[in-house]
Design a protein around this ligand. Structure first.
Ligand code: ADP
Ligand code: MG
Length: 360
């Protein structure tokens, strides 16, 4: 069912936004630190038109679900909360938003850590910006998207996902200082591309583990008398902390330093070693890996032509990202998956987008 079959008219315009994967700088964003996400080929598209019955109407092709907002004071749940949230934050920012019909379709896998939620928010805000000719820049779009996710979807997220979806592209890595929003588009290391593989292990402990790590970092920053762990640059300074805060802080400090090293310009080999070091730090100091992620990362790291690999996202399950020799992504991904399946786990290739490359 397309827009006109659902809403009985053609859309007036449409906009898209990509999902993202974070290459380096994990668990640093809520410490005011540095991140290095890139856009993935999969994206979310939102088609939009004015609605003439005074109600908002949302449809998701992926979920085959339609939500009609009959009462503007009613706050929806589920996928509609992200879209409704975007409309409400625009209103709170002083924009007049008429009743709208929105149709969502996406190739970003949902709930796999590739940020389908940010892609949905940014595509929605872009579509509304285009339809109503709103004077919003891409950073403002990212900030509004984050507000929508926090206040309407109820997810305490940092700004990385929305900034990546709004500002990154697949040809560059976005360096972002999450405190100042200072940013830089850096080219991929020459001759390298990315592979992302879902471990097949659901992120069941992700929320509780994430909240616990956040609290530990806050306590560590408090004990070190700084606003956030980002303000510590010398890892020696963490030695005064009690365990496990010392190891948690050590991860954040070393991870920030790894990201800053990339900014200086590194070879793909060096970028890969920094990713390997990041995984070890997430596993040993931050303790957010699980056996399936370690297995997958180990297979990737042992594969000739793979520069480096690590878990990506909050951990406790989810996906791994690797930097590999360009032109070979699909072959490396399939080879890795085969070996991974032999260990008894069941994973899935997320990038390269095999559907796209098979169709090509
Ligand atoms: P991630 O952002 O890692 O994919 P989240 O749990 O943050 O995972 O966001 C996933 C949620 O976002 C889905 O459960 C759904 O509510 C919403 N969502 C994302 N993309 C779509 C889509 N194409 N159609 C409907 N809902 C979507
Ligand atoms: Mg999300």
């Amino acid at each position: 069912m397309n827009f006109s079959q659902i809403f009985g008219r053609l859309p007036e315009t449409q906009a898209s936004a990509p999902g993202r994967v974070n290459l380096l700088g994990e668990h640093t964003d809520y410490n005011d630190g540095f991140v290095l996400p890139t856009a993935i080929p999969q994206c979310t598209t939102v088609q939009i038109g004015l609605s003439d019955d005074g109600q908002h109407h949302f449809y998701s092709e992926n979920l085959s679900d339609r939500v009609d907002i009959l009462d503007i004071n009613y706050t929806p749940s589920g996928f509609a909360s992200y879209i409704f949230g975007c409309i409400e934050v625009l209103k709170a920012a002083g924009q007049t938003i008429p009743p709208l019909s929105l149709y969502v379709k996406s190739s970003v896998p949902m709930g796999s850590g590739l940020s389908s939620s940010a892609a949905l928010e940014v595509a929605t805000l872009r579509a509304i910006r285009q339809l109503l000719e709103l004077p919003l820049d891409d950073v403002e779009i990212a900030q509004l998207a984050q507000q929508a996710e926090i206040h309407y979807a109820g997810v305490q997220c940092g700004i990385m996902d929305q900034m990546a979806s709004s500002l990154a592209d697949t040809e560059h890595i976005l360096f972002l200082d999450t405190r100042t929003l200072e940013r830089q588009m850096i080219p991929f290391p020459r001759g390298a591309e990315i592979v992302v593989i879902d471990s097949g292990v659901p992120r069941t402990l992700a929320t509780s583990g994430y909240n616990q790590r956040r609290a530990e970092c806050e306590e560590a920053a408090h004990l070190l008398a700084v606003k956030a762990l980002r303000d510590i640059t010398d890892v020696e300074a963490t030695k005064v902390l009690p365990e496990p805060l010392r190891r948690r802080a050590r991860h954040v400090v070393t991870e920030n330093n790894r990201v800053l090293e990339v900014l200086q310009g590194v070879t793909p080999e060096r970028f890969g070693s920094l990713m390997n070091a990041s995984h070890a730090s997430l596993r040993d100091d931050y303790e957010v890996s699980v056996p399936a992620l370690d297995t997958l990362v180990e297979i990737l790291q042992k594969t000739p032509g793979v520069f480096g690999a690590r878990l990506t996202g909050a951990g406790f399950g989810g996906a791994c990202v690797a930097l590999v020799k360009s032109g070979e992504g699909k072959a490396y991904a399939n080879h890795t998956l085969e070996q991974y399946h032999q260990t008894g786990y069941s994973g899935r290739v997320l990038v390269p987008d095999l559907e796209l490359s098979d169709a090509a």
